[in-house]
Design a protein around this ligand. Sequence first.
Ligand SMILES: [Zn+2]
Ligand SMILES: [Zn+2]
Length: 136
Amino acid sequence: MNCYNCGKSMQIATYSIDGFPYCCWNCYQEKREQRRKVKAKEVQFYSETAKSLVNTQRHKILKFLEYKCIEYVGKNQYICKPIPDYNSTTYALKKVGNDFECSCQAFQKAKSASSYFFCSHIGALMEFFARGQVYA
Ligand SMILES: [Zn+2]
Ligand SMILES: [Zn+2]
């Protein structure tokens, strides 16, 4: 097996933490710090974007938040449930690379035209992160 941080090959893991093998305590500390930084950066990115979203979308986004439509369903996936009496579809929000993709038509259409675009569901997810919710 190899150390999860430095890649050094080992007969047995000196440390096995959270299911990952490490050759030394330093390697574990280093990896943990690295992962913490990545997480913090992502949340920051989403809050910046959420702040700069245009006002027309903003109203709908806040409605999604008000009705607690965003839910974490595991494995970097969220769902955006419908706003009561407004729409009736639940959309899936899946993490792809550093971004999220939505299953709604508007997003899929923009994606096939290869222009990056935030639909209101992704906007709601970003607002959700901006309010201090982090990846579970
Ligand atoms: Zn190591
Ligand atoms: Zn969408």
